[in-house]
Design a binder for this molecule. Structure first.
Ligand SMILES: [Zn+2]
Length: 618
């Protein structure tokens, strides 16, 4: 979505998001070697095939694909039988607008029935590495990803504010080379920004492409056989984008009204639209439906405390202006009437949206805007598969990938039945939802208890020359996950503070050209990386340090304060020195829901070196 640079509030939130994302280290095991060879026989199940409801009938899955559909299909010997009474089988849902920075949200999405996510800008290096792993059959427990990679924007335009070092474009003659460079990086499709932020309440316009450059970028994508989607802010920008040849809109616009001709106009240009009503309602403060979503136990049981908080959140308020999304709702009805392909997208994980969860809310919003349940489901299955040329999925038909969602209840009359998940399969491999939900449950219990091993206050003394800690774990932490180039290395070495046996030696380089660059080590006190614990009985953080004389940051991440770290600084001089910080001195923190303590260099670029020893939280 749009960020308005001039608004500190908004920028702060974005920074928080980035820091959160950057601190999350993928700890989740990928499911290796699961053979998609097993036969599954869905017996007498109702189906939604991507376009319409039918059945009950039989569906046979073999070797990860749908083999056959119909009452004549017989159960082969040895097949796993799933009795379909009271159930509906549909293609796995496709979210056509998300941002993905690690595998964790993809795992969450799959557990909630979303089998494919279309990323609309993140770190291209990161998403391509996930996509590569998936193409090799790994990460079967995570939704498939396709990515726009780096978006196309003007210098200082939307997309440049997150601190990711990204290239920008200024004129039509640069378009082909620019697009070719994106495709070389691995963009599966091109996303262009055409939005000066005014519609979002910015006090003054931020730079954006002119219409000629927009058209040239779209033409350049088409020249290479790729599709181009456009992020717009206003109705006029939406019309310009469609007029410039966009294949689709990545959002609908802000504003009180649509234009009565809008639906017909888009239809005449054969474009599709991803309304993203979920994020719009968060921006416009229409939160009733979202609240219902967050309070639905089928949804909340699949989210950690933090994710649930994010789902309940609204976009940072802009007190001087109240934005209307009525025009977007009106536009969905017009597009629907004009038979424009509508694609369900959420824009997760922006404030008020969550991977997987918000797709179930988006379907409700689409139905409220005038679509039938079947049409809303089509917007989350067959439509995006066709629009984004994912030819192996999105419908239930012989030869298609067995990306499937099995739900209870009557979807044809109640769209909310998508939340009553009885099973999710990706390429014929059943997702272990129970294990996932058990993990979430355990994490929630953990948040309200002190970790085992934290009793005596010692985190690590490194005297056994390992990075072992009495609880939690030490990890390196850098901006590389965001495309930054900072590096960090940690190793234990002989000799420590007070002539002790060992200490932790941390070295690395904070790379230039990254606004929020950092590099260092992180102590994560929970069972899993960044999972929160209750250390509210602890009052101080105490450690010994020596190093190259540079100033370092100690950053606390807590559930309450979210992704923006609470920061203090210390200097690592040539002699061992002890530092003691009260936890309260970090902006009044109290150790509840503590996610991590980071010791890091940056953002000033350069090499760094420090030693850490006798780390206590007591
Ligand atoms: Zn977005």
């Amino acid at each position: 979505m749009t960020i308005i640079k001039q608004e500190e509030n908004s920028l702060r939130t974005r920074l928080r998001l980035i820091l959160l994302i950057a601190t999350i280290v993928a700890f989740i095991s990928s499911s290796f070697g699961q053979t998609p060879g097993k036969s599954i026989f869905f017996e007498q199940v109702k189906i939604f095939d991507g376009h319409q409801f039918s059945g009950p009938t039989n569906v046979l899955v073999e070797a990860g694909k749908i083999q056959s559909v119909g009452n004549q299909v017989k159960k082969p010997a040895g097949a796993e039988v799933i009795a379909g009474a009271g159930l509906t089988l549909l293609p796995g849902l496709i979210d056509s607008h998300v941002h993905v920075f690690s595998t964790a949200p993809l795992i969450q999405a799959l557990a909630l029935g979303v089998t494919t996510e279309l990323d609309m800008f993140s770190s291209v290096k990161n998403s391509k590495s996930i996509e590569q792993d998936q193409s090799e059959g790994q990460l079967m427990n995570a939704a498939d990803i396709r990515t726009a990679g780096t978006l196309v924007t003007a210098p200082g335009g939307h997309g440049t504010e997150y601190g990711l070092p990204i290239p920008t474009i200024t004129s039509p003659d640069q378009a082909q080379a620019f697009v070719d460079a994106r495709l070389a990086e691995g963009s599966d499709y091109i996303k262009v920004i055409y939005d000066d932020a005014l519609e979002y309440g910015a006090p003054k316009a931020i730079p954006t492409l002119d219409k000629q450059t927009l058209a040239a970028v779209i033409a350049a994508a088409h020249q290479r056989g790729k599709i181009a989607v456009v992020h717009i802010g206003s109705l006029q920008q939406a019309r310009d984008a469609i007029d410039a040849g966009a294949d689709g809109l990545a959002h609908l616009f802000i504003g009180e009204h649509s234009d009565p001709e809008f639906g017909k106009f888009v239809a005449a240009h054969h474009a599709f639209v991803i309304p993203t009503l979920s994020v719009l309602q968060s921006i416009c403060g229409m939160s009733k439906e979202k609240e219902a979503l967050a309070n639905d136990p089928h949804i909340s049981e699949a989210l950690t405390t933090r994710e649930l908080e994010n789902l309940k959140a609204v976009f940072p308020s802009r007190s001087h202006i109240s934005l209307s999304c009525a025009g977007a709702v009106e536009a969905v009805a017009q597009l629907h009437q004009a038979h424009v392909p509508i694609l369900a997208g959420t824009d997760a994980p922006n404030p008020g949206t969550e991977h997987g969860a918000s797709m179930h809310g988006e379907l409700v919003l689409l139905v409220q805007a005038g679509l039938t349940p079947a049409e809303a489901l089509e917007a989350a299955t067959a439509n995006p598969a066709k629009a984004f040329r994912l030819n192996d999925r999105g419908i239930i038909a012989p030869g298609m990938r067995a990306d499937l969602l099995l739900v209870r209840g009557d979807l044809a009359t109640d769209i909310k039945a998508t939340r009553e998940i009885a099973g999710v399969w990706k390429a014929g491999v059943r997702d272990d939802r129970q294990a996932y939900l058990a993990e979430i449950k355990q994490a929630r219990q953990e948040i309200s208890s002190a970790p085992k091993g934290s009793e005596n206050g010692v985190v690590s003394d490194f005297d056994d020359l390992t990075t072992k800690s009495n609880y939690g774990a030490w990890l390196t932490s850098t901006d590389s996950i965001l495309g930054g180039k900072s590096t960090a290395k940690m190793e234990t070495v002989a000799g420590g503070a007070n002539n002790s046996k060992g200490s932790l030696h941390v070295t690395g380089e904070v790379a230039p050209s990254f606004q929020f660059a950092w590099s260092g080590v992180m102590f994560s006190p929970g069972r899993q990386v960044m999972s929160p614990v209750d250390l509210s009985r602890k009052k101080t953080i105490r450690f010994w340090v020596k190093g190259d004389g540079k100033t370092y940051r100690i950053m606390l991440f807590t559930e309450k304060t979210g992704p923006m770290p609470l920061t203090q600084t210390f200097t690592a001089g040539p002699e061992w020195k002890q530092f003691t910080f009260t936890i309260a001195s970090f902006g009044g923190a109290d150790g509840h829901g503590l996610n991590a303590v980071v010791f890091a260099a940056g953002p000033t670029p350069g090499n760094f070196e420090f030693y850490l020893d006798e780390v206590h939280i007591e």
